[in-house]
Design a protein around this ligand. Structure first.
Ligand SMILES: Nc1nc2c(ncn2[C@@H]2O[C@H](COP(=O)(O)OP(=O)(O)OP(=O)(O)O)[C@@H](O)[C@H]2O)c(=O)[nH]1
Ligand SMILES: [Mg+2]
Length: 262
């Protein structure tokens, strides 16, 4: 749980908006356990632990419900996770542009604030819902549940869920996705998988983005992959540039092969 980053998503909950939809920015987030830095009593710690277990347990219950819904409708749901700016939305933009004539896509965008990413997807005429988590630093399964209801997803579609940019907390929250995709860009350094192992450990796919920048940055991609494999030997890698389109075909092939009866 986010005991160190101070993230909280209780209170009045996140705001879930379509592009163009408006709501007043509510002061809707307060801490799960705001006394944690002041009160170190045994009793308090015990309570915190119980609340954290409750949150994760509730999350798991609704994640299972999401997963059942996706399976019943043969929806291939991907949870895209990464640090901020690694290129999640850029990869989505190119993927949707290239494949939208073949495959029905739906998108859920997670950010603390703004409709920026939803507007980028909306510009491609893809149905999209933005979730603003306020102080929260990750999506939870109830937010996805609400967004999915608003999206009215057709059978056999692909649902792309772009999580909040954060290489730590989203790893703990199952959203009911079919596969988890971690994206890391060439500017982030090869040691991230061993520094932030949970995200790589819980993912199925690792997309290494911004390979067009390789001539300019100090990174050893083989080393990055080896670190990631130390954490998760089952990871499957794609090396791409969302900017130039390099490497995207292999990613598309995987998407097409895995979306039906996944
Ligand atoms: N050179 C290069 N730049 C890229 C590539 N992909 C994305 N970018 C740039 O990286 C920046 C961040 O890209 P986004 O797609 O917004 O990243 P994101 O992961 O969605 O960011 P958040 O949603 O804020 O976490 C933008 O300036 C992009 O143009 C790439 O393959 N090569
Ligand atoms: Mg984004």
């Amino acid at each position: 749980m986010c005991g160190t980053c101070g993230c909280g998503t209780d209170g009045n909950g996140p705001t879930i908006l379509k592009p163009g939809e408006h709501t007043h920015q509510a002061e809707h987030h307060h801490h799960h356990h705001d006394n944690h830095s002041h009160d170190h009593s045994h009793e308090h710690k015990h309570k915190v632990l119980e609340i954290e277990q409750d949150i994760l347990q509730n999350n798991a219950v609704l994640a299972a419900r999401n997963r059942g819904y996706f399976e019943a409708k043969n929806i291939f749901a991907l949870n895209l996770v990464s640090s901020p700016g690694s290129g999640k939305t850029s990869i989505l933009e190119r993927t949707l542009t290239d494949l939208k004539d073949e495959i029905p896509f739906y998108v859920i965008e997670g950010d603390q604030q703004t409709l920026n990413d939803a507007n980028r997807i909306d510009a491609l005429d893809i149905p999209v819902i933005q979730i603003n988590t306020g102080k929260g630093c990750h999506l939870e399964s109830d937010m996805v549940y609400d967004a999915v209801k608003k999206l009215e997803i057709k059978n056999d579609a692909i649902l792309m869920i772009e999580n909040v940019g954060n290489l730590v907390c989203p790893s703990m929250f199952d959203l009911g996705e079919s596969k988890r995709v971690v994206i890391i860009s060439t500017t982030e350094g090869e040691d991230k998988p061993i520094k932030y192992p949970d995200m790589f450990h819980t993912s199925d796919i690792c997309i290494i983005n911004k390979i067009d920048l390789l001539p300019y940055v100090n990174i050893d991609v083989d080393k990055l992959k080896n670190y990631a494999l130390q954490v998760n030997p089952k990871l499957l890698f794609f090396e791409v540039s969302a900017t130039t389109g390099q490497g995207m075909e292999k990613w598309y092939k995987w998407l097409k092969e895995n979306r039906i009866n996944s």
